[in-house]
Ligand binder design. Structure first.
Ligand code: ATP
Ligand code: MG
Length: 749
């Protein structure tokens, strides 16, 4: 084994390994399935007869150590370690509820003949690049394994515990040992027939006898979803096209010869010479279609060996596992047979080395080989500091994702009332609060986040007509934007504010904008000269300026503002007095009433924008949640402004999340494309039937996927993470303190 991952398996033969992640095949639309299948056929055809290919699938159960490490939440020096513990415990329980840490790994091994290491390296690396590009075309993320990683993979297959692999190249050199010493189990015990002992485990290699000419694309998947220790390997050796054709022609000649023999026999015995053994007839016909497809279609011929190895703690369990796998083969019209007298060779063929000493091969065309599609369903398990989003509904694996890693971390949480949107937001907030040091801000129009925020010692700012906590809509941040004039950007906001205040659907007239522009420039002059908070204008200043203008439009605008300056809505006519350093802030705006709520949300959005810019300078991430986001989408102007801000957040290290129950408003908004295109994270809960079709069209999801958001229970749905779409379920345990402070069910509050 060389450190770069090239292994000289024997004299003149070298191989390399690529590990790849799964993609969604089983749940994909029919069209997409076909496209994947076709691309996979193309991929197989890429391999010529000089490259030996091996696909490896290693499933290990009961190895949850890796997962436990990944979900561990470190204690911190604050007051929340008890909550951290509860959340940790919840995660551990979810992990246990899943499939006990079934780890599934997929590898592609490719090997070539070469005279020496250098020639092998050049060629293998070129092939590897091609493999990467094919896999990328299929949507699968792949990585090359280095020497130590390859050894680790073999160690894991041969030993029951994966945590005892201690290897480094220096130790190897100093110790005088061979690489084999680092990966071998304590011993092997091969007997002629039956299973063999491997360390403390029992194992048995079987081969798949492919009888049916047409197989289902589910066979491989059905093996791989078993929750037991299992390794499956496919050795694929392409045959050179002319050799393949010659081979089939020879077979046809053989069959013809046999036919003549049979006919002669028939005549001699005095019966009809057209009566032939039926096998001879079918084989003849099959060979002819095979020849035809090789000559006329884009098909090649491969020699395929399909091997499967069961591994268990004892013989009884092994036998059970074997019968289970044999049953799956049976139901696909194939036979699974133990490799009697060849277990040791079988084990060698199972290892990711790219050699196949088992001489049981079946010639298959490209499409027949491709029916063992090496893809099933996607998983999402990112390393810490990833957050928890439920369990994969298909595999029961934990979904751990880090939104920061997305191109646009912007998120949407959508679902019918009561489907669990706010709950999901609260869970994410808690999780982010416990594992990061990020800042979190919430706009809360229904006053339901306060218990959670208080439990985390965050600050609840209540904005209402009667409260004395104020935020000034005219606050200006001078680092607002690098290239733009801060006042110009503020202008957009004030326009939106006044449009909303005036109840205009159509926006402001150009004359109105001009006069506003003049006044706004004037009221900020003092602050721009000396930027201290006291110099910031408030609405009253704008109002006074407008009154000074001679245009009738100005008078009109002043009248619009009057109620916000002198009348009952003057909550926005004050300097900001909530300047909190708390990393968790919730703006409770329930008491603002219907008209003011939208304004309130707009003003808060603007405030948050200020904070995001400040946090960016401190290299801090800001999470921003807006519940009941549809209120912002009803009016075109606020929608446009919100989306604009939304797009900017990303560049400034903000992670905004919009929560809405009103998918109709969302879908009817002109900004829908803008919103969906700029949200790489969508947490989709139960959907009304009317909305489903439109969503399916916009997001390109299949019928099978839609079924996960049809009449689904609370906390069940589809998670969109970049290009990954995964059905999830999240049943948060009700007997926890956290549940008590997150629920909104009246009888539980
Ligand atoms: N993942 C979950 N696990 C357990 N219970 C949940 C989960 N999600 C939601 N629930 C339950 O469902 C209730 C309603 O959820 P939530 O308040 O989040 O609904 P919503 O979608 O925000 O509704 P609305 O649109 O009316 O605001 C919660 O109070 C909680 O009891
Ligand atoms: Mg809600």
């Amino acid at each position: 084994m060389y450190p770069d991952g090239i292994c000289q398996v024997r004299e003149g033969y070298y191989s390399k390994v690529v590990q790849y992640q799964d993609i969604n095949y089983q749940l994909a639309q029919e069209d997409d399935k076909r496209a994947i299948f076709d691309k996979y056929c193309e991929f197989l055809n890429y391999f010529d007869s000089s490259i030996h290919v091996q696909l490896c699938f290693y499933n290990y159960s009961g190895r949850i150590e890796d997962y436990q490490v990944a979900i561990k939440i470190e204690e911190q020096k604050d007051a929340f370690n008890d909550i951290r513990q509860e959340y940790s415990q919840m995660l551990r329980n979810q992990l246990a509820k899943g499939n006990n840490g079934l780890i599934k790994n997929k590898y592609l091994v490719f090997g070539i003949e070469a005279n020496d290491y250098r020639t092998a390296k050049t060629r293998l690396e070129r092939i590897e690049l091609d493999i990467f590009s094919h896999l990328r075309g299929l949507g699968a993320i792949a990585q090359s394994l280095n020497g130590a990683e390859r050894l680790h993979v073999m160690h894991d297959l041969l030993n029951e515990s994966q945590h005892k692999f201690h290897f480094d190249w220096k130790r190897l050199k100093e110790s005088g040992l061979a690489t084999k010493d680092f990966i071998a189990p304590s011993g092997f015990d091969f007997t002629p027939t039956g299973s063999f002992g491997m360390g403390r485990k029992q194992a048995q290699v079987s081969y798949l006898q492919i009888l049916a000419p047409e197989l289902s694309d589910e066979l491989l998947k059905n093996f791989l979803i078993l929750e037991s220790d299992l390794a499956v390997t496919l050795h694929i050796q392409s045959i050179e096209q002319t050799a393949a054709i010659k081979m089939i022609k020879r077979k046809i000649t053989d069959l013809d010869k046999m036919k003549i023999e049979e006919q002669k026999k028939a005549i001699r015995s005095g019966y009809d010479m057209d009566i032939l053994p039926s096998d001879l007839v079918t084989y003849g016909a099959e060979a002819k279609t095979l020849l035809e497809s090789l000559q006329s279609r884009n098909e090649r011929l491969f020699l395929v060996t399909f091997l499967l190895m069961n591994i268990a703690d004892n013989k009884r369990k092994l036998e059970n596992d074997y019968y289970q796998t044999a049953g799956i083969a049976q139901s696909a019209n194939c036979n699974l047979r133990p490799l009697d007298y060849q277990q040791e060779r079988g084990l060698a063929a199972m290892l990711p080395l790219g050699i196949n000493p088992v001489p049981i091969e079946r010639a298959l065309t490209t499409s027949a080989t491709a029916i063992f599609v090496p893809f099933t369903t996607q998983e999402l398990f990112q390393p810490a500091p990833a957050l928890y989003y439920g369990l994969n509904a298909l595999s029961n694996n934990l979904l751990m994702a880090d939104r920061r890693k997305l191109k646009t971390p912007n998120g949407l949480i959508i679902g019918t009332p009561g489907s669990g949107k706010s709950f999901a937001a609260k869970r994410e907030i808690t999780n982010a609060f416990l594992v990061t040091e990020d800042e979190i801000i919430i706009t809360d129009p229904e006053s339901e986040y306060a218990p959670l925020v208080r439990a985390l010692e965050g600050e609840v700012v209540r904005i209402s007509i009667n409260s004395n906590q104020y935020i000034n809509p005219l606050d200006l941040n001078l680092d607002y934007s690098e290239e733009e004039d801060p006042v110009a950007l503020k202008m957009d906001f004030i326009f939106s504010f006044i449009e909303l205040a005036a109840g205009r659907k159509s926006g402001l007239k150009p004359e109105e904008k001009s006069v506003l522009d003049r006044c706004i420039q004037l009221i900020y002059q003092k602050y721009l000269q000396e930027p201290i908070p006291e110099n910031l204008p408030i609405l009253e200043d704008l109002y006074a300026r407008l009154l000074e203008m001679s245009e009738p439009d100005a008078k009109y605008l002043a009248t619009v503002l009057e109620i916000y300056v002198k009348g009952s809505y003057k909550v926005f006519n004050h300097q900001t007095n909530v300047d909190t350093q708390n990393r968790l802030i919730c703006f409770d705006i329930r008491e603002l009433g219907k008209q003011l709520k939208k304004l309130g949300m707009l003003v808060i959005q603007d405030q948050v924008w200020n904070r995001v810019t400040r946090n960016r300078a401190a290299r801090k991430t800001t999470w921003f949640y807006q519940d009941e986001f549809h209120l912002m989408l009803r009016e075109e102007q606020t929608a446009a402004y919100s989306v604009e801000i939304w797009k900017r957040f990303r560049k400034w290290g903000g992670i905004p999340t919009a929560i809405t129950q009103n998918v109709k408003d969302l879908l009817a908004s002109r900004e829908i494309e803008n919103i969906l295109d700029n949200s790489d994270f969508i947490y989709m809960l139960n959907q009304a039937s009317g909305d489903q079709e439109i969503l399916a069209k916009h997001l390109n999801i299949s019928k099978d996927q839609l079924s996960y958001v049809t009449h689904s229970g609370e906390g069940q749905g589809l998670l969109f993470y970049g290009n990954t779409i995964i059905p999830f379920t999240d049943h948060f345990p009700r007997d926890t303190k956290l549940y008590q402070i997150m629920t909104t069910k009246p009888d539980e509050v």
